[in-house]
Design a protein around this ligand. Structure first.
Ligand SMILES: Cc1cc2nc3c(=O)[nH]c(=O)nc-3n(C[C@H](O)[C@H](O)[C@H](O)COP(=O)(O)OP(=O)(O)OC[C@H]3O[C@@H](n4cnc5c(N)ncnc54)[C@H](O)[C@@H]3O)c2cc1C
Length: 400
């Protein structure tokens, strides 16, 4: 594969920036990725790959390797912390709609590392670390990016820039694009432990949303660990939430054990529902967390970002390689911004409202509705299509 004169800059080497880089580089486009950190992020962040994301990553030679390094979750559950399983969904119901009728539980850093090793073998790709984007400007013909590398000021020009530099996107801020929405008052705590919850909580699947009027939680399995997500109280200080005592109390309250839980990661983070006012500003395109952020209930952040990358790079390739009009990029904004608002933010906000419902009558009604839905194969199929983001992609395609 040969590079040509077209050059795309990408800010951010997270999953969205790197998937974009690989898609473009595979077609011979010269790509430079600017990453502010000195290495790829290794934090425990997203851990669910939805079926259509696995379908998209398969032609890039990534899905089989992810499956080898992850856990195939055929079932997902909605549970009640006191009563146990309320509804179980068998993802094999969507077998006619996808090559991967399951969720894959696999850490996002495994994806970025796999892509990095592919990009490292491509002479027309440069992955610059310690390269922090500070300013973006553009003319009708090119985009210019100012960045610092090892404290030295540098500049690069290219045909297009993809801002995939995360929630605090310098690209978005440099262009004064509003990030409309709100921040939840409570932060979320994620704790990981080797403790085997499945030995103690009957019929536990790998993906469990556990509602509770006092403290809901999500129990997610990754290959070596369980991750437990809890909401925290707005008035609790970071130190108090992250203290051994508080972490043990939360876990003991979930499942009392004679011994203390051993924990690996403790992450406390703010949660937002925000969408950028524009995804396109001339030759600059926003994607992933730079364009939209949401709560993690439903696992749609990283997946939605990868769907942006697929949509955007297909259009950029049509423009760069086939001379398609660049108005195609407005369609990227129409398609993906609509999905970010109407689908990703709407679904995750609803998931949060349902899991934390306090009204006992509404709780029972919700649970009964879910139970009935899960037992009706036609309605369960529709529910799984929606929650696994297949419907969102179909809707996006229909937007002209
Ligand atoms: C603590 C935490 C836990 C999460 N848990 C979940 C979860 O359980 N489920 C879920 O679905 N999602 C979760 N997410 C969200 C998920 O991780 C993101 O949706 C996903 O990482 C988005 O990918 P991205 O590539 O758009 O952005 P990121 O992964 O944020 O990547 C952006 C990259 O840009 C770099 N960068 C930033 N500023 C600059 C700059 N000025 N110049 C150059 N580079 C820059 C950053 O260093 C980073 O490497 C979590 C996020 C966090 C922070």
């Amino acid at each position: 594969m040969h590079s040509n004169q077209t050059h795309v800059l990408i800010a951010g080497a997270g999953p969205v920036g790197l998937v974009s880089a690989l898609l473009l580089a595979n077609q011979g486009v010269k790509v430079t990725v600017l990453e502010s950190a000195t290495a790829l992020n290794q934090d425990l962040r997203a851990s669910t790959f939805h079926p259509p994301t696995l379908d998209m990553l398969a032609p890039l030679g990534l899905t089989d390797e992810l499956i080898a390094q992850g856990l195939v979750a055929r079932y997902t559950q909605q549970r009640d912390r006191q009563e146990g399983v309320i509804a179980e969904f068998d993802m094999s119901l969507i077998s006619p709609d996808t090559d991967h009728p399951f969720r894959l539980q696999c850490e996002q850093w495994k994806l970025t590392q796999m892509i990095q090793s592919k990009l490292n073998q491509m002479p027309h790709v440069q992955l610059l670390f310690d390269a922090k984007v500070t300013q973006v400007s553009q003319t009708a013909d090119h985009v210019a990016v100012a960045f610092t590398q090892a404290d030295e000021a540098r500049n690069l020009q290219a045909d297009y820039l993809i801002g995939a530099d995360g929630a605090w996107s310098a690209v978005r801020r440099s262009l004064n694009i509003d990030f409309e929405g709100f921040t939840y008052p409570e932060r979320f705590l994620v704790v990981s432990t080797e403790f085997e919850f499945a030995d103690h909580l009957p019929r536990l699947s790998y993906v469990n949303y556990c509602s509770d009027p006092h403290e809901w939680c999500v129990l997610l399995r990754v290959p070596a660990l369980w991750r437990v997500l809890f909401p925290t109280k707005a008035e609790e200080s970071d130190e108090a939430v992250l203290s051994d005592e508080a972490v043990q109390a939360r876990l003991q309250n979930l499942l009392p054990q004679p011994q203390a839980y051993s924990t690996h990661h403790r992450t406390l983070y703010k949660v937002h529902q925000r969408v950028a006012q524009r995804f396109r500003h001339g030759r600059v395109l926003l994607a992933g967390d730079a364009a939209h952020i949401n709560n993690p209930l439903g696992g749609m952040g990283m997946n939605g970002g990868i769907h942006d990358a697929m949509n955007l790079t297909e259009k950029l390739l049509a423009i760069l390689r086939e001379g398609a009009p660049d108005a195609l990029l407005d369609r990227y904004e129409r398609q993906r911004r609509t999905i970010a608002i109407d689908y990703i933010n709407a679904s995750t906000a609803r998931n949060k409202r349902d899991i934390e419902e306090r009204d006992p009558i509404k709780r029972k009604e919700n649970q009964q509705a879910l139970r009935e839905l899960s037992m009706d194969p036609v309605r369960a199929h529709a529910y799984i299509r929606q929650s696994s983001m297949l419907d969102a992609l179909e809707r996006a395609k229909a937007i002209t």
